[in-house]
Design a protein around this ligand. Structure first.
Ligand code: GLU
Length: 490
C-alpha cells in the first residue's frame, strides 16, 4: 500500500508550534515509508474574527523554512486537487445528500432562536448541550414539504441510538465510545458549507489518505468521523494521534510559557534543523541509545511511528536553546556565513556583499564565535570584535587586567614580540611567543593571557586566546595592543 499522509492546517490563527510538529511527523512518515506528503488547506471556518489570509502565508513560510515541501498541495497542485476546501464545496454537498438518502443524516429546520433556547434549557437542567433531535422525528411528508418550500436548513448526522463505535489508534490502541454520548452534529451548514467533520472525511477519502496523523486534541472528533465513514460506506484510514505538548508546568502550552507561534521561533534566530530535531523529540524517542542531536537525514533514518509515545511531552525552552547551540556548532561554514551575514550587516559590522578577503576572514572567525552562540543574532555579540576594533574594554576586564605599569609592560613587550613575528603567525607560534614574553617579564602566563585578551577583544571571555590572535592577524593585534595602552589605568 502506498502511504499517503496529509497535513491539514486551518488559516484561523497564526500557526502554532505544536501544529508544525504534526506536519513534521506527517512528513517524516511519508519520507520514511516512501509515500506522499499532502498539504490541504481547511478554510471552511470563515469567521472574520478568526480567518485571515495572512495565516496562509505564515503556514507556507513555516513549511518552507523547515524545508518540508509537500508532494501535493495548494501551491503546486496535484492529481487530487483542488487542495483548498473552499474550492471543493460540491463534493461535501454530494456526500451530505447521499447520507440523507440513506437515513444516516437528516435536514434540520430549527432556527438559531430555537437552538439557543435549547442550549439554555440544557444548561439549566445541567445536561450536556446536545440537540434534542426534534427534526429527526419529523414525518417524511412534512420533511419533503419543507424542503420543497425551500426552508433554510442544516444537515445533521443521525447518530445511532445504541451502538458501540470502535477504532484502533496506532499510538493509543483500541478505543470504543458509546453512541449515546454523542450529539447529532451539524455536518452541512444552512449556507451549504460543510463543517470540519464532513469536510475532513470527504477529503481524506477522496485524496486517498492512508494515515491520518494529527494532534491528540482531535481524538475526540474521531467517533463522529468514524460514523461518517461508516455512513458513506468508506474504509477508515489508519489513525495516529500524537500526544500534546505541555508547558514546563504541565499545563497546555500557551503564551504564558513563552513563544508558541511558529514564526516567533523563525524570527528569534533558531536554525530550522534545531527546531525540527527538538519538535521530533517531543513525543518520539530516537532509540535505545537516546541520541539527541540529529540531522534531518538521521531522523528520517531512525523514525518509526511506533516510536511515538503516549505521554504528553514537556516543551523545555532551555533545552531548545541548548539544541540550537549544538546545531549551530555543526552548521557547515558556508551556511553559517549565509545565516549570520544579515545580522552582522544589520548591526553595521559589515556590508551585505563581502569582498573575497572579508569572506576568508569571516570563515575563520565564525567557527570561534559560534562556540558561544545560542541563537543567530548572538553573532553580533560573539563575532563583532573580530570585525570592529573594540572602543572600550569591559569594565571588569580593565579593572583587573589593565592596571598601572605592570600592564603597560605586558602590552609593550607583547607589541615588540608580535612585531618580530614576520612570518608563521599561527596559534602554535603565538603560544610560544606568549610563553617567552611571560618568561622575559618574570611573570606567570595567566595574567599575560588575560591582559592580551582584554586588550585585543575588549572582553574577559571568548575563544582560546591563541586561536583568536591567529584569526585577528598580526596587523589588527598590534594595532589593538597599541591602542590598549591608552586604556591602562593608574
Ligand atoms: N483543520 C484541522 C486543524 O486545523 C485539521 C485536523 C485534522 O488533522 O483532522 O488542525
Amino acid at each position: 500500500m502506498a502511504v499517503r499522509v496529509r497535513y491539514a492546517p486551518s488559516p484561523t490563527g497564526s500557526p502554532h508550534v505544536g501544529n508544525l510538529r504534526t506536519a513534521i511527523f506527517d512528513w517524516l512518515t511519508a519520507r520514511k515509508y516512501g509515500g506522499q506528503f499532502i498539504a490541504r488547506l481547511e478554510d471552511t471556518d470563515r469567521d472574520p474574527e478568526r480567518y485571515k489570509p495572512e495565516y496562509i502565508n505564515e503556514i507556507e513560510r513555516s513549511l518552507d523554512w523547515l524545508g518540508i515541501v509537500p508532494d501535493e498541495w495548494w501551491v503546486s497542485g496535484g492529481p487530487y486537487g483542488p487542495y483548498v476546501q473552499s474550492e471543493r464545496l460540491e463534493l461535501y454537498r454530494t456526500a451530505a445528500s447521499a447520507m440523507v438518502d440513506t437515513g444516516k443524516a437528516y435536514p434540520c429546520f430549527c432556527d438559531e432562536e430555537r437552538l439557543a433556547e435549547l442550549r439554555q434549557a440544557n444548561r439549566r437542567g445541567g445536561a450536556a448541550t446536545g440537540y434534542d433531535r426534534a427534526c429527526r422525528a419529523l414525518p417524511e411528508t412534512e420533511r419533503q414539504r419543507r424542503l420543497e418550500a425551500g426552508e433554510p436548513h442544516t444537515i445533521r448526522l443521525a447518530v445511532p441510538d445504541d451502538e458501540i463505535i470502535e477504532y484502533t489508534d496506532l499510538i493509543y490502541g483500541h478505543v470504543s465510545v458509546h453512541s449515546s454520548t454523542m450529539d447529532d452534529q451539524v455536518i452541512l451548514k444552512s449556507n451549504g458549507w460543510p463543517t470540519y467533520h464532513l469536510a475532513v472525511v470527504v477529503d481524506d477519502h477522496a485524496m486517498g489518505i492512508t494515515h491520518v496523523i494529527r494532534g491528540e486534541d482531535w481524538m475526540s472528533s474521531l467517533p463522529k468521523q468514524a460514523l461518517i465513514y461508516a455512513a458513506l460506506g468508506w474504509e477508515q484510514p489508519r489513525w495516529a494521534h500524537i500526544p500534546l505538548t505541555l508547558g514546563p508546568d504541565r499545563k497546555k502550552l500557551s503564551k504564558r510559557h513563552g513563544a508558541t507561534r511558529f514564526t516567533e521561533f523563525i524570527d528569534a534566530g533558531y536554525l530550522p534543523e534545531a527546531i525540527f530535531n527538538f519538535l521530533v523529540l517531543l513525543g518520539w524517542s530516537s532509540g535505545s541509545d537516546n541520541v539527541e542531536i540529529m540531522s534531518v537525514e538521521e531522523i528520517v533514518e531512525r523514525f518509526t511511528l511506533e516510536g511515538i509515545g503516549r505521554t504528553p511531552a514537556i516543551f523545555d525552552y532551555d533545552k531548545l536553546i541548548w539544541m540550537n547551540s549544538e546545531h549551530l556548532k555543526r552548521c557547515p561554514i558556508e551556511r553559517l556565513m549565509h545565516l549570520c551575514l544579515p545580522h552582522l550587516a544589520a548591526a553595521g559590522l559589515c556590508g551585505h556583499e563581502l569582498q573575497a578577503d572579508e569572506i576568508a576572514y569571516l570563515q575563520q572567525a565564525l567557527p570561534l564565535a559560534v562556540e558561544r552562540m545560542r541563537l543567530l543574532p548572538d553573532v553580533v555579540d560573539q563575532a563583532g570584535y573580530f570585525l570592529r576594533d573594540p572602543q572600550e574594554p569591559e569594565e571588569k576586564g580593565r579593572n583587573k587586567w589593565l592596571n598601572g605599569e605592570p600592564a603597560r609592560a605586558r602590552l609593550r613587550a607583547s607589541i615588540v614580540a608580535c612585531s618580530s613575528m614576520v612570518d608563521d603567525w599561527t596559534a602554535l607560534r603565538l603560544e610560544a611567543m606568549v610563553n617567552a614574553v611571560a618568561e622575559g617579564l618574570g611573570i606567570a602566563r595567566a595574567p599575560l593571557i588575560h591582559t592580551l585578551r582584554v586588550a585585543t577583544s575588549g572582553r574577559t571571555v571568548g575563544p582560546g586566546l591563541f586561536e583568536m590572535l591567529e584569526v585577528l592577524g598580526r596587523t589588527r593585534v598590534i594595532r589593538r595592543l597599541k591602542h590598549a595602552i591608552s586604556w591602562v589605568q593608574e
